[in-house]
Write a protein that binds this ligand. Structure first.
Ligand SMILES: C[S@@+](CC[C@H](N)C(=O)[O-])C[C@H]1O[C@@H](n2cnc3c(N)ncnc32)[C@H](O)[C@@H]1O
Ligand code: SF4
Length: 455
C-alpha cells in the first residue's frame, strides 16, 4: 500500500511507543519504595494465584557497541563482570521473594539485554537455577531469550533448552555489508544460518528475528535482499522495528552522520517493501511492527483477540504482573510501574545497601487503568469499544483527535467503537496518542526530544 508523502510528513512527529501507559516521562522520580513494596505484595498475592507472574532479567553486557543501539547496555570484553552481576540479581530476587506470600509461579521468563549470550552457559544455568529454587515452574510456561547470532553457541542453546527455553530471538537488523559496517555490527549471514539450524536441531519451537528499517545507508535493494535471505530460514516471527533515533540518550548514534539516515519517505518505502515481501511469503501482520507465520501462537492470539503487549513486546501471556530484575529493568504490577537505576554503579550500590533499586515509577489511578486498556486494545487489536461511563472524557480529549485521524482515512469511529483502517495500521502510535490523556492535557512546545519519531 502506498502512503502519501504528505501524510508521512504530517504524522512523522515524536510519539511514544506506548509500551506503557502512562508513558515513562510522566513517571515520578524517587517514588516511595514502601508504597512500591506494599503494592507489590498485594498484587502478587492476587496475580500469582490466578495466572502466575512474568519475569524479565536484564543482562546488560555486550562485547562491542552497535552504534544504532537504543538499549541499556555496558560494553566490555571482561567476562569477570558476570559473577558480580549474577550475585546482584540474586540479591534483588531475594528482596522480592521476601515480599511474597507464596512461592512464585513463573509462567513467563525473558532474558533481554544487552546480550544475554555474553554470559557463559554455565553462569546462565547457575543464575536461573538459583532463581528457580525459590519458584514453581508450571507445566505450561514460556521462556525466551535474545541471542546474538555472532556469539550464541550450541552450548548456550542446549543449556537453556534443558531448563525450559523454547523460544529464541536473534538480532539480525540488516544483512547488507555496507549497513553492517556503518552500524559497527559485522555479522556474516552464515552465522545466522548456523545459529538457526542449531536451535531447530535442538528442538526450539520458535525462532524469531529482529530486523530494523531506517538504519543508515539502507536501500530498497539491500532491504529486499535482507528479507529474501531471512525468509529462506523461515523464522516463526519477525519483529520489523522502526529505527528509533534518540541521539540525546543513545550517544553511539552520534557516531554516524545523520545525512546517511533514510529520509522519512524512503523509511516508509523500506517498511512497505519489507511488509509486502513478508506478507507474500505467508507472514501475517500483527500489531505494531510484528509479523508471524499462521501457525505461530502470536498470530493465533491476535486472531482470537487475546494478544497482549508489555515491556518485553507482544506476548500471548497476560499474567497481570511483570517483574523486572537487573539494571534499568522495568516492572509492571498492573496498577503501578517502576524502573530500576539505569547505571550499573547505582544499581550495585542499592543492592549492597539491601535496598530495592527502584528509582522512578508511577501508581495508576482509575482513569489511567481505563485509558491504558484503550491504548492496549488499539496496539494489540486495532479496534476498541467505548464504555458509556468514559464518554465525557473521550468526547473532551479523544474524539477531537480521532476526528482528525478519521478525516485522513486512518480509522473509523462512533460513540460506541473505533476501528483502525489498513492505512491507519502504519500510524498506530499516532492513534494510541488519542487516548493519552496525560499528553493531551499537557502538550507543551518545550517537550522536545522525549520520544523517537513515529516513522
Ligand atoms: C537487546 S537487543 C538484541 C539482543 C542482542 N544484543 C543483539 O543485538 O542481537 C534487542 C533488539 O532491539 C532492537 N533495537 C536496538 N536499538 C534499536 C533502535 N535504536 N531502534 C529500533 N530497534 C532497536 C534491535 O532489533 C535488537 O535486536
Ligand atoms: S544491539 Fe545488541 S549487541 Fe549491539 S549494542 Fe545493542 S544490545 Fe549490544
Amino acid at each position: 500500500m502506498n502512503v502519501s508523502v504528505d501524510l508521512l510528513n504530517k504524522y512523522n512527529v515524536q510519539v511514544p511507543r506506548y509500551t506503557s501507559y502512562p508513558t515513562v516521562p510522566v513517571w515520578k522520580e524517587n517514588i516511595s519504595v514502601t508504597q512500591w513494596k506494599e503494592t507489590f505484595s498485594k498484587q502478587f498475592s492476587i496475580v500469582n494465584a490466578e495466572t502466575g507472574i512474568s519475569l524479565y532479567l536484564h543482562l546488560p553486557f555486550c562485547e562491542k557497541l552497535c552504534t544504532y543501539c537504543g538499549c541499556n547496555k555496558k560494553i566490555t570484553t571482561n567476562h569477570d563482570v558476570e559473577e558480580e552481576y549474577m550475585q546482584a540479581i540474586l540479591k534483588e530476587w531475594k528482596q522480592y521473594t521476601a515480599l511474597m506470600n507464596k512461592k512464585p509461579v513463573i509462567a513467563e521468563l525473558h532474558l533481554g539485554g544487552g546480550t544475554p549470550t555474553f554470559f557463559s552457559p554455565e553462569n546462565l544455568q547457575k543464575l536461573l537455577q538459583s532463581i528457580f529454587d525459590e519458584a514453581i515452574i508450571p507445566e505450561h510456561h514460556e521462556f525466551s531469550f535474545e541471542g546474538h547470532p555472532n556469539n550464541t553457541s550450541k552450548d548456550h542453546l542446549q543449556t537453556l533448552y534443558n531448563i525450559g527455553f523454547r523460544r529464541v530471538s536473534y538480532g539480525v537488523q540488516d544483512n547488507d555489508p555496507k549497513v553492517q559496517f556503518i552500524i559497527n555490527r559485522i555479522q556474516p549471514f552464515e552465522n545466522l544460518v548456523n545459529a538457526v539450524n542449531i536451535a531447530r536441531e535442538i528442538g526450539y519451537s520458535s525462532v524469531n528475528f529482529d530486523l530494523i528499517y531506517g538504519l543508515p545507508l539502507q536501500t530498497l535493494e539491500g532491504m529486499q535482499k535482507t528479507i529474501e535471505q531471512c525468509i529462506t530460514l523461515r523464522p516463526d516471527r519477525i519483529a520489523f522495528y522502526s529505527y528509533a533515533h534518540v541521539p540525546w540518550t543513545s550517544r553511539g548514534q552520534r557516531l554516524f552522520d545523520e545525512k546517511d539516515l533514510p529520509t522519512p519517505d524512503l523509511k516508509m518505502k523500506l517498511y512497505c517493501l519489507g511488509k509486502d515481501l513478508l506478507m507474500q511469503c505467508g507472514y501475517h501482520d500483527i500489531g505494531m511492527d510484528h509479523f508471524a507465520l499462521p501457525a505461530d501462537d502470536l498470530y493465533l492470539a491476535w486472531k482470537d483477540g487475546t494478544l497482549h503487549r508489555n515491556f518485553m513486546g507482544y506476548t500471548t501471556q497476560n499474567t497481570g504482573m511483570l517483574l523486572g530484575l537487573g539494571v534499568s529493568s522495568i516492572s509492571d504490577l498492573g496498577n503501578a510501574f517502576a524502573q530500576n537505576h539505569k547505571t550499573i554503579h547505582d544499581y550495585y550500590q542499592c543492592i549492597e545497601n539491601n535496598e530495592l533499586p527502584v528509582i522512578k515509577g508511577y501508581f495508576l489511578n482509575e482513569e489511567d487503568v481505563t485509558f491504558r486498556k484503550y491504548i492496549l486494545r488499539v496496539s494489540c487489536q486495532g479496534n476498541t469499544r467505548f464504555a458509556e461511563k468514559d464518554l465525557p472524557l473521550l468526547e473532551q480529549f479523544a474524539f477531537p483527535e480521532l476526528e482528525a485521524l478519521q478525516a485522513d482515512g486512518l480509522l473509523n469511529y462512533s460513540a460506541e467503537k473505533m476501528e483502525v483502517t489498513p492505512l491507519g495500521r502504519h500510524f498506530i502510535r499516532n492513534i494510541c496518542k488519542s487516548f493519552d490523556l496525560h499528553l493531551l492535557r499537557n502538550i507543551q512546545p518545550s517537550d522536545k526530544n522525549l520520544f523517537s519519531r513515529a516513522i
